[in-house]
Design a binder for this molecule. Structure first.
Ligand SMILES: *C/C=C(C)/C=C/C=C(C)/C=C/C1=C(C)CCCC1(C)C
Length: 257
C-alpha cells in the first residue's frame, strides 16, 4: 500500500468516528451511518471471501485442503453473524453484542486450528492447539463479561481478557508453536507463520482499542462515541478473518515442497 493511500484510509476512518451514534433504529440505513455501512460491507466481504476460499480449495495441494476449508468456514460463520448483526443495528441502533461474541467464540478457535494445521507437518501436537484455544476462551469469555454481564467492571474483565490473549502471543512467539515453525524445513510454512503471527499481535490489537471506548475504560470521554466500538470491531474482523485466510491461501498456492 502506498503511503498516500494509507493516509487517505486513516483520514476516512477517523472522520467516520466523529459521526454520531443512534443513527439507525428505524430499519433504514441513514446516509451518514458509517457504522451501519460497515455492517453491510462486512457481510458481503465475508460472504465473497467464503465463496473464494471454497472454490480455490480445489486448486491447492491435497495436504492443504483442510486449511482452505477452515479459512472458508471462518468467513462463512462470520457472514451469517454479520447478516444478523446488520439487522440488529438497523432495527435498534444498538451494539449486537451477543451475535458478535457467538461469532468470535466459533471463529477464533478455528483460527487456532489453522495454526495447528499449518504446523502439523512440522510436528505440532494437539496440546499446542488446545493451549491456543484455552487462551481464546479466556479472552472471549472475559470480554463478554465486561461488555454484557458486568459492564461496570469492564476494566477488570478487560485485563483478564488480555491475559488470555497474552497466552496466545506467548505460544506463537516463544512457545512450542514458534519453535516448531523455526524448525520447519518448508519456507512457505515459515513465511505464512510469521505473517499469521503479525495478524494475531497487531491485527488483533484492533479489538481492545474498540473495547476501551466502553464507559469508564481508557479511551472513554475522549470525544469518540462508544458506538464506534462496532466500527472498530467490524474493521478488525475484515482485516483479521479475510487477511488470515488469504495468508493461508497464499501459502498453499506457493508451497511446492
Ligand atoms: C474473528 C474475530 C477475531 C479474530 C476476534 C478477536 C478478538 C480479540 C483479540 C479480542 C480481544 C479483547 C481483549 C484482548 C481485551 C478486551 C476485550 C476483547 C475481547 C475485545
Amino acid at each position: 500500500m502506498t503511503k498516500s493511500l494509507r493516509v487517505a484510509l486513516w483520514a476516512a476512518v477517523l472522520s467516520c468516528m466523529g459521526a454520531n451514534t443512534a443513527l439507525a433504529a428505524n430499519g433504514v440505513l441513514s446516509p451518514n451511518d458509517y457504522i451501519g455501512f460497515t455492517f453491510f460491507t462486512g457481510y458481503m466481504a465475508m460472504f465473497a471471501a467464503s465463496v473464494f476460499f471454497f472454490f480455490e480449495r480445489g486448486r491447492v495441494a491435497d495436504k492443504w485442503k483442510t486449511s482452505l476449508l477452515i479459512s472458508g468456514l471462518i468467513t462463512m460463520i462470520a457472514a451469517v453473524h454479520y447478516f444478523y448483526m446488520r439487522g440488529v443495528w438497523l432495527d435498534t441502533g444498538t451494539s449486537p453484542t451477543q451475535f458478535r461474541y457467538i461469532d468470535w467464540t466459533l471463529t477464533v478457535p478455528l483460527m487456532c486450528v489453522e495454526y495447528y494445521l499449518l504446523l502439523r507437518p512440522a510436528g505440532a501436537s494437539s496440546n499446542m492447539m488446545w493451549r491456543l484455544i484455552l487462551g481464546a476462551v479466556v479472552m472471549l469469555v472475559a470480554g463478554y463479561y465486561g461488555e454484557a454481564v458486568q459492564p461496570d467492571k469492564n476494566v477488570m474483565w478487560g485485563i483478564i481478557s488480555t491475559i488470555g490473549w497474552a497466552g496466545i502471543i506467548y505460544e506463537i512467539y516463544a512457545g512450542e508453536a514458534s519453535k516448531l515453525a523455526s524448525g520447519s524445513d518448508n519456507p512457505a510454512v515459515k513465511a505464512a507463520f510469521t505473517q499469521l503471527r503479525w495478524f494475531t499481535l497487531v491485527g488483533w490489537a484492533i479489538y481492545p482499542i474498540g473495547y476501551m471506548l466502553l464507559p469508564g475504560n481508557l479511551l472513554s470521554g475522549m470525544g469518540i462515541a462508544p458506538s464506534n466500538m462496532d466500527l472498530i470491531y467490524n474493521i478488525g474482523d475484515a482485516v483479521n478473518k479475510i487477511g488470515f485466510g488469504l495468508v493461508v491461501y497464499g501459502m498453499a498456492i506457493s508451497d511446492n515442497k
